[in-house]
Design a protein around this ligand. Structure first.
Ligand SMILES: [Zn+2]
Length: 257
């Protein structure tokens, strides 16, 4: 993008400062020249330092201000935010003592902007709570006039939030009963053959392997050798497959819970 630097003079302090100007589109350079001419002849006549000082003076004159904003009703843990502005700099010790954080993580001024994360917000002293009344009382204690959200009053927000929670709980309950029904249908894990169960030492585990040749098969249950007939060996294999299948099904049911 074409760029030019204008040499400007501050109307407050007389200092020379530089401002980068940009232009885009057709015939840009001519427009850029005009822009520079305008900027250098009084169009831009406040240096960054003086601008900052003027902002500070305006903030001071405004005193401490406070705006209340609500987080999304869809948040897992929705909260209410008190955002302090105006002359918050002079009050920073009190704000800090009251539990405020210096952050840009707070809801934007409109619900849409907040949802889309459109605006880059300046850092501010921010207090947050899940209890709106408590937060407003705390903000008022700091002496700031408290501006409540104008796009949505607290009662409307609370009602909308309650509805969101009601739907979530209903969905959760439905999922739970679907899961319970599926587990009921699945039934218990397929049991090992009775003839092996009686030989199974208490608490012993099987590594899932069958050793030996037909006619001389055996397994190890926690190191203890158990001889199997061919029929038992076949049964063990089929139960093993059935148990693996059962575990897979159970995991699928629980995944959807
Ligand atoms: Zn200046």
């Amino acid at each position: 993008m074409p760029k030019a630097t204008a040499t400007c003079t501050c109307r407050h302090c007389g200092k020379t400062f530089y401002k980068d100007l940009f232009e885009s589109g057709k015939g840009a350079s001519r427009h850029l020249e005009e822009k520079v001419h305008w900027a250098e002849n009084g169009g831009i006549d406040e240096c960054p330092d003086c601008w900052k000082n003027r902002q500070r003076a305006e903030e001071k004159a405004a005193g401490l201000t406070c705006t209340i904003r609500l987080s999304s009703i869809y948040d897992d843990a929705p909260s209410v935010y008190a955002i302090f502005g105006g002359d918050s700099y002079s009050h920073k010790d009190e704000l800090k003592a009251a539990g405020c954080r210096w952050t840009d993580a707070y809801p934007a001024d409109t619900v849409i902007a907040d949802m889309l994360g459109m605006t880059r917000q300046p850092k501010a002293w921010v207090m947050t709570s899940t209890d709106a009344d408590e937060l407003i009382a705390a903000a008022q204690k700091l002496g700031a006039p408290v501006a409540l959200p104008d796009n949505m009053d607290l009662d409307t927000w609370a009602a909308a939030r309650a509805e969101v929670l009601r739907i979530r709980e209903k969905e959760q309950a439905e999922r739970q009963s679907t899961t319970a029904a599926a587990l009921e249908t699945l039934g218990p894990i397929p049991a090992w053959p009775e003839s092996i169960k009686v030989k199974w030492p208490a608490g012993a585990t099987w590594n899932g392997k069958i050793y030996g040749k037909p006619g001389a098969r055996n397994i190890y249950l926690s190191g203890q050798r158990i001889s199997l007939t061919d029929d038992e060996a076949n049964k063990m294999e089929s139960v093993q497959r059935a148990r693996a299948q059962w575990r897979k099904k159970k995991a699928e049911i629980e995944k959807n819970a």
